[in-house]
Design a protein around this ligand. Sequence first.
Ligand SMILES: NC(=O)c1ccc[n+]([C@@H]2O[C@H](COP(=O)([O-])OP(=O)(O)OC[C@H]3O[C@@H](n4cnc5c(N)ncnc54)[C@H](O)[C@@H]3O)[C@@H](O)[C@H]2O)c1
Length: 353
Amino acid sequence: MDIAIIGANGDVGRALAVQIVARKLLSPRQRLQLVGRRGGASAQALFGLRADLYDAYAEITPEIDVALAPEEVAADLILFTAGATAPTSGRQMVSRLELARINAEVVQSYASVLAQRGHGQELVVMVTNPVELGVEVFARHLGAARVIGMGAYQDSMRLRREIAADLGVRRQRISAYMLGEHGDALVPILSKLWIYAYDEAEVGVVRERLIGGRAPGDFAIALTREKMHLKELVGAGEVEAAFRYAEAMAPDLRAVLLPLVTHISTAKTAISTAAVTAELCEQLLGGGQSVIPAQVRLAEDDWDGPAGVLGVPVVCDLRGWSQVTDLELNDQERSDLFGSARIIQQQLKEWLK
Ligand SMILES: NC(=O)c1ccc[n+]([C@@H]2O[C@H](COP(=O)([O-])OP(=O)(O)OC[C@H]3O[C@@H](n4cnc5c(N)ncnc54)[C@H](O)[C@@H]3O)[C@@H](O)[C@H]2O)c1
């Protein structure tokens, strides 16, 4: 089992390399490939990163090599973190469309080469945003089953953590999903909230308390409103106040808005993204099948909703994802999830023109 990190010299890529080595996800006989660009800063820095990792983790490092072109990528598990990132400040003028078009080219350049030169079994975990775009492009080249977007996994883990924090329990005792888009059209699924050792009535009470007085379906409205307010606070230099304000919200809003404040505070979310991606890898490398919320490209017969890229729970192992599972929705959630699918499809059409 070999792992490649594409974009290894970026903030997420570097943090991910540290996580993979420090968590001993690979044995010393296996290989971690750090992938950058010939002619870019990474052409030098990745050799330094490799030396630094050997220096820090001499006893446990896998073999580490550096690749500087898509043709050189060779691994079983490919973690895609290359490309432009959303501006951390409102003063930087890059539209989501521009960003998507830049990253479409980056993703495309690897997907087409991997389709021709890969060994035909690679599993790609898409971290680069928009996650849905990367999933669509890789799915066209490698087939839908071999690409998963980690946005829904990260969003779901954040939701579970925030609920757990309110209850004073560990995240592992909670099951809840954040599905749909890894973006504004994400959908919290709380109707099937599960809490270890709580019976249905107790879970019902917790659910009511978590959502507060908000009407079903009002998540997206609250998200837009609070997002604007938080951006204004951070824009006015009130980062600490923005965190305090976001921390007082319901857990589903906190799960989305705290990372937003973190990103626009200029700290970005590279450490948490790397940690959760490594956790996902750990599950995949465990050998068995797991249920993983992820953005995947669905065909019409994969589920009873529209075809296209969407965050849903899927059964997954190192060979890829095989089926949608554990998706019991109430009417509101179903309608929101279908709405999210439509939004993603419209965006993909525009981005991939
Ligand atoms: N899915 C998530 O939850 C999540 C969270 C955080 C960041 N991200 C995304 O991950 C991506 C990386 O974020 P970051 O903060 O590390 O950005 P960054 O700017 O620090 O790093 C991006 C790296 O990609 C490299 N790169 C660009 N084009 C390349 C190419 N053709 N080949 C190889 N390398 C190339 C750049 O040189 C840079 O080193 C962004 O798209 C960001 O939006 C996703």
